[in-house]
Design a binder for this molecule. Structure first.
Ligand SMILES: O=C(CO)[C@@H](O)[C@@H](O)COP(=O)(O)O
Length: 228
């Protein structure tokens, strides 16, 4: 079932090692089929060079495995919470990419220091708090999703398609699995540049708001001249 989506999700997963975003199996991409309410996700713990489209696991939004030979990614419960709460997304990525995860481990959001960042993500990329002991013990991955959703309840998840989870790593999302990977690549580049920016000048300030507005709106606003 969902053979085309499985192929798309497989190909999106394979872009993670291509772009240097994963080591071993530390990452996962999923894609949602809005019609059926089912999503396809990478299996847990399978090496990328062994992965095939047929290994993708089909899940429903209640967390039941619908089809697949393997267990779904260990981060499936986080993906599920995001799909339930963010109605316009069709793809999600989680990685332990080096630079974004370094910011997450430091417990810091990534300030918008320049137009590379502003072209894709509006404002500081947030870092959500640690889970409590109770939240970790109860259901770490599910509660990670709940925490992200809680953070975004009065914020726009379209103009900020990325989040850092403290002591864990980044999640990104998008209009499909490929778009979510694209945002993960942008996040990693921006995270690297911001870290180096602070190293070169610890007093560096975020880009002026007018510049951030101009760049974000030029690509994503009402008068965007790039196709969405
Ligand atoms: O966060 C973690 C482990 O800390 C996982 O994202 C990572 O190892 C990938 O796990 P899966 O192979 O997708 O189950």
């Amino acid at each position: 079932m969902l053979e085309q989506l499985k192929k798309e999700v497989y190909e999106a997963n394979m872009l993670l090692p291509k772009h240097g975003l994963v080591t071993f199996t530390w990452g996962n991409v999923s894609g949602l089929d809005k019609e059926t309410g089912l999503f396809v996700i990478k299996p847990s713990g399978v090496d990328y060079d062994q992965l095939t489209p047929g290994d993708m696991v089909v899940m429903d939004l209640d967390g039941n495995k619908v089809e697949g030979n393997y267990n779904p990614s260990s981060d499936t419960a986080t993906h599920l919470e995001l799909y339930k709460a963010f109605p316009d997304i069709r793809g999600i990525v989680h990685t332990h990419s080096e630079w974004a995860t370094s910011w997450a481990q430091a417990g810091r959001g990534i300030p918008c220091y320049g137009t590379t960042h502003a072209d894709y993500m509006y404002g500081e990329i947030p870092c959500v708090r640690n889970l409590t002991k109770e939240e970790i013990d109860e259901a770490y991955e599910k509660n990670t999703g709940v925490l992200i959703v809680e953070y975004f309840k009065d914020k726009d998840y379209i103009s900020m398609p990325a989040v850092l989870c403290k002591n864990h790593g980044p999640f990104t999302w998008g209009k499909d699995a490929y778009d979510a990977v694209h945002n993960a690549v942008v996040l990693e580049e921006v995270a690297k540049m911001a870290a180096r920016c602070e190293l070169i000048n610890p007093q560096a300030l975020p880009a002026p708001q007018e510049l951030q507005d101009k760049h974000y709106n030029r690509k994503h606003g009402a008068d965007a001249y790039y196709g969405q």
